[in-house]
Unconditional design. Structure first.
Length: 137
C-alpha cells in the first residue's frame, strides 16, 4: 500500500498536556477517554512513527512520537501509583506498538458496528485478551 504524503505537523504537545494530561487521573490518557479529535491526531502521529504515513520533509518523524509517548507515560504513572517509573528502552517501543493497537481498536469501536472491550489503566500494556462483539442495529 502506498504511503500517504502531506504536510503533517506533530500534535501540539502543550495543548495535549493542558487539555488531557494536566491534573488529570491516568485514565484520561486511555484511548476510550480521548475525544475523537485527540484520538485521530494520536493515530496519525503513530502512523508517522511506524512509517505508514509520511510527515512533511521538514519534520522528523520522531517528533510525532512525543504526544503518544506523553499519553503512555501518563498511563504508566497511573499503573505505578503515581511514583517514579523505570522502563527499559525496548519496552517503550513495545508500549508504542500496543498503544497503536488500542487506539485503532477504539476507532473501530466508535465508527463501526463492531465493539471491542476497552483497556483500563490496569489492563493496558498487558497481554490482555480482546473480545469483539458484532452490534446489531
Amino acid at each position: 500500500m502506498p504511503k500517504r504524503v502531506g504536510v503533517l505537523p506533530p500534535t501540539d504537545l502543550d495543548k495535549l498536556a493542558k487539555e488531557v494530561l494536566q491534573d488529570q487521573p491516568a485514565d484520561a490518557a486511555l484511548p476510550c477517554n480521548l475525544s475523537d479529535q485527540w484520538l485521530d491526531l494520536i493515530s496519525r502521529d503513530l502512523d508517522v512513527c511506524f512509517g505508514d504515513l509520511d510527515a512533511d520533509s521538514e519534520t522528523p518523524s520522531t517528533s510525532h512520537m512525543a504526544a503518544p509517548l506523553a499519553l503512555i507515560v501518563h498511563l504508566l504513572f497511573g499503573k505505578q501509583g503515581g511514583e517514579g517509573v523505570k522502563v527499559a528502552f525496548e519496552e517503550l517501543g513495545q508500549y508504542l506498538s500496543d498503544f497503536r493497537i488500542e487506539v485503532a481498536l477504539e476507532q473501530v469501536t466508535r465508527r463501526t458496528n463492531v465493539s471491542a472491550n476497552r483497556a483500563t489503566v490496569q489492563t493496558i500494556f498487558t497481554k490482555r485478551t480482546v473480545e469483539f462483539a458484532h452490534l446489531v442495529d
